[in-house]
Design a protein around this ligand. Structure first.
Ligand code: FES
Length: 199
């Protein structure tokens, strides 16, 4: 549970809002004052998300801020504030859902980031482009065959007792199972009596 974890990184609100690829349209998404702490629950362990090069995310539970803030987010945007290690994921708001894609490229494990104003993502190492679903585009921006052949997997995501959105990178959900429970959180106001929250 993120409530019991040790804080390993603190992201200031200023840094968050000045992230080069955190588009203005997405600022309303995670821009409130309580959403600034990323937490890692566990040290790296064997079998962690594959990473190549110097990119080594640390599996753990990461609190990305109040879920209510995401209700105001624009549709169709990739936010890469948590793309770097230790967190290693992209947040996507799309079609009434918020979910987390791994930012570990499926080609050779380099870091994927947002591009095109957050409308899609790219791995700059060899220019593999991924859509909002994590699916690789057939060709790179230069028209070459995209080296990444597999889509980006998702990580577990839920709302904790505080009402914050938590991404669990210990949990990897393959693209084919992206519609299963725990692979996304619907962007709708909690029903009377409270949202369905992680125990
Ligand atoms: S490592 Fe990402 S495109 Fe090659």
């Amino acid at each position: 549970m993120s409530d019991d974890t040790t804080t390993t990184e603190t992201l200031t609100r200023r840094n968050f809002l000045t992230s080069a690829t955190f588009v203005a349209a997405a600022a309303a998404c995670v821009a409130c004052g309580n959403c600034i702490v990323a937490e890692a629950a566990a040290p790296p362990k064997p079998g962690a998300p594959a990473a190549g090069g110097g990119f080594k995310p640390v599996p753990g539970e990461y609190d990305v801020g109040p879920f209510s803030a995401f209700l105001k987010a624009p549709n169709g945007v990739v936010v890469d504030k948590f793309a770097k290690a230790p967190s290693g994921f992209l947040l996507v708001v799309n079609e009434g859902k918020v979910y987390a894609l791994t930012s570990v490229c499926t080609h050779k494990g380099e870091q994927v980031k947002a591009m095109d104003g957050g409308k899609q993502a790219i791995c700059p190492k060899h220019d593999s482009v991924f859509d909002l679903d994590g699916t690789p585009a057939p060709v790179t921006p230069d028209g070459d065959k995209t080296p990444a052949r597999k889509p980006l997997a998702r990580h577990g995501i839920s709302v904790n007792k505080k009402g914050n959105l938590v991404v669990d990178t210990n949990v990897t959900i393959e693209f084919e199972k992206r519609d299963q429970e725990g692979a996304f959180v619907e962007l709708k106001k909690p029903a009377a009596g409270g949202a369905k929250k992680k125990a």
